[in-house]
Design a binder for this molecule. Sequence first.
Ligand code: URA
Length: 445
Amino acid sequence: MNFVDIITEKRYGRKLSDEQIAFWIKGVTEGSIPDYQVSALLMAIVLNGMDEREMTTLTMEMAASGKQNDLSYIDGIAVDKHSTGGVGDKVTPLLLPLCASYGVKSVKLSGRGLGFTGGTIDKFESIQGFDVYPDVDSYPQRIADVGMVISGQTPDLAPADKVLYALRDVTGTVDSIPLIASSIMSKKIAGGAGAIVLDVTCGSGAFMQTYDWAEELARAMIRIGKLAGRPTVALVTDMDQPLGYTCGNILEMQEVYETFRGQGSSDVIEVVCNLAAEMVTLAGMNNGLEGDDLLLDCARRLTDGRALEQYRKLLLSQGGCLKENGAPLYVDVPHEALRVTAARDGYISSIKTDTIGQASVMLGAGRKTKTDSIDYGAGICFYKKVGDRVKRGDVICSLCHGSRSQISEDTLFDVMEMVSGAYSYSDKEPRKHKAVLGIYRSDDI
Ligand code: URA
């Protein structure tokens, strides 16, 4: 097979055969196709797209390009969850224990944060002693004992996707629904998922900035899931303001604990309960509950101690330290450095969430490059959100750093200005944001 022919096919908008896609991904995995040719094909796909058969073949080939987890020791369906990321996204540490309270078993492979979206692995690492790379051989016993494992992704999972993603990053070919959808789904399938629940975030703090774009991605991934025999549900959720009261690793894990204790923010609870309802239903563990009854049951379990009990079990099973009162022990203590106040009287009408995410990175909570170290205590606490009425001078949020932070006063003031500029105000009360904007299931597509 000649790779130039494959590029030419796509350049003229024709469909690639399964054999051509398999040839491409084999070549990418073995390193036998030069980057300039792979990049040319990627650009042709960005411009001319792929149909659902092509996307599914691409997904399955990438999933098969490395190690594939066998989760057959899980009794029933292994349901995995994925989020396209955002600012203040602390959903996974709440969702897994909540689902475990229904008997849903999960092996969750997560990433570290890069850029302004946080990573679940960094969040768990902010708990003293927590091991984010438990031995793969210990998974079956962990599943039998606590029903959950959280682990960083290993490099042998879908290696072809890693090569393609690195090329896409430097060739302006990231923004393509077929490429994003197959990239995400390949990692879920390689991870062993039997069914998949997706949180497609949408808005200024997300990869997908508009609802239409998020919906298109959701539909593409559901189609791939359907053809690949992995029932898939996608929620489109709001990321036009940070999720919950905090962003930053320890701050978010503190919020997680407070949420289990009934002090959570309504947007976090709405997202977590809707995702949990879909996960327990796909796993067939919904105890006959559906719709609002199931959502209410999820909300009850989230705060009545049942999910918290599972959370503590998970932390202890991976070496996490708890204090005598049962609260997690963190690796540092966040210190409030500066408060940001409302610039005028009125309602908060919008928050540029990407700016907030970038500010949080400047405080030390995230990485600009993969090798940067992070300050677990850094981040932002939000006291006012979109739709809240404020008076000039009211504290709208505060900037925090850890006890060993080296951040300069000048940088802190720059961050304060940046954050202050991310808030807009109106005289008229704006519509409050719903957290879950849409739900798409295989049957609707
Ligand atoms: N996340 C992924 O895993 N892949 C993409 O292509 C984009 C976001």
